[in-house]
Design a protein around this ligand. Structure first.
Ligand code: PSU
Ligand code: MN
Length: 305
């Protein structure tokens, strides 16, 4: 491993002894949820992963060190320190060289996970092709990372702040498979359905692990997307969330929001308009993804010789 990545003792021991490990991102902590719910959620996610037989590795850059496996104090620090940079692929060198702090997105978490030797990663939602991308060219670096980095990402689909159809087209072009866990349809984060089909439906963690093993054994580089619908009891009303998202997108356009600020702006707007209901759904779907990721990681380890 390179000199820039430091794994916690627990993660190091797990990797050395062939125990399953699940990576977790930190943008969701620093930019995705308010303090202290963000820290409570991050710690609970780690607990869920342990309960399901794997070791959690929350990933962030602290003082320029790329860390896989944070202490509780470090998670608290990432959650309550205002202004921690949102770090995607392009930001890593500057943050590392400057010994700065950075909350890692899906893209940069995948990069660090791969460097550390972790294959499975759980989060809430990924970035994708934004609505209007045919003129703005706003396409998340998460998609390029899925195309080239060997980490499977468990998420609840993507929010319809994105153009879900174009996001799927992009993933197809880049050879990134989209697997629906117990679903034929791409879930849309707050809701279990969208009008789009996934490539393949998978019904057990074991089957999922087998497909991932085949992909990587064959040398088919890149990641995979495992989409896991939000549990029914926590899913939101489709019409309500559609209107909220329309409103948020309109405000972003009216305010000239661009680049890396777009996603955090839209997420904050949705939270503001729904008055916290969306936060509860968000937390629950992350728990659900953590559970599935741990189970897939356990089965994936079983298949390693
Ligand atoms: N989508 C969500 N919640 C999030 C993000 C996206 O529903 O927290 C975060 C993730 O860290 C993701 C990043 O990797 O935003 C994507 O940002 P951008 O669109 O600027 O690439
Ligand atoms: Mn973007």
């Amino acid at each position: 491993m390179n000199q820039y990545v430091v794994t916690s003792q627990e993660v190091k021991d797990a990797l050395a002894s062939g125990k399953p490990v699940v990576a977790l991102e930190s943008t969701i902590i620093s930019h995705g949820m308010p303090y202290p719910r963000n820290v409570e959620t991050a710690l609970k996610v780690e607990e869920i992963i342990r309960e399901n037989g794997a070791v959690p590795a929350t990933i962030a850059i602290i003082g320029g060190v790329m860390k896989a496996g944070l202490t509780e104090d470090e998670i608290d620090y990432m959650g309550k320190t205002p202004g921690v940079a949102k770090v995607s692929r392009r930001d890593i060198p500057y943050i590392v060289a400057g010994k700065l702090d950075g909350a890692t997105t899906v893209a940069s978490t995948m990069i660090i996970a791969e460097m550390a030797g972790i294959s499975i990663f759980a989060t809430g939602g990924i970035g994708g092709v934004h609505r209007g991308a045919e003129t703005t060219m706003d396409i998340s670096a998460d998609l390029e990372e899925l195309a080239q980095t060997n980490v499977a990402v468990v998420c609840a689909g993507a929010k319809s702040i994105l153009d879900l159809g174009l996001t799927l087209e992009y993933l197809e072009t880049k050879g990134v498979p989209v697997y629906g866990y117990e679903t034929d349809e791409l879930p849309a984060f707050y809701t279990r359905k969208s009008e789009f089909k996934v490539d393949y439906r998978i019904d057990t963690p074991k089957e999922m692990a087998g497909v991932l093993k085949a992909k990587w054994d064959l040398g088919l580089k890149g990641g995979a997307l495992i989409v896991n619908p939000i549990p029914e009891e926590y899913s939101m009303d489709e019409n309500l969330i559609r209107n909220v998202i329309e409103e948020a997108v309109k405000e972003a356009n009216a305010n000239g929001i661009k680049g890396k600020d777009t996603t955090p702006f839209l997420l904050a707007k949705i939270k503001e308009i729904t008055g916290g209901d969306s936060l509860e759904s968000n937390i629950q779907l992350v728990y659900n993804n953590a559970r599935l990721a741990a189970k897939v990681a356990v089965e994936f380890m079983e298949l390693q010789d």
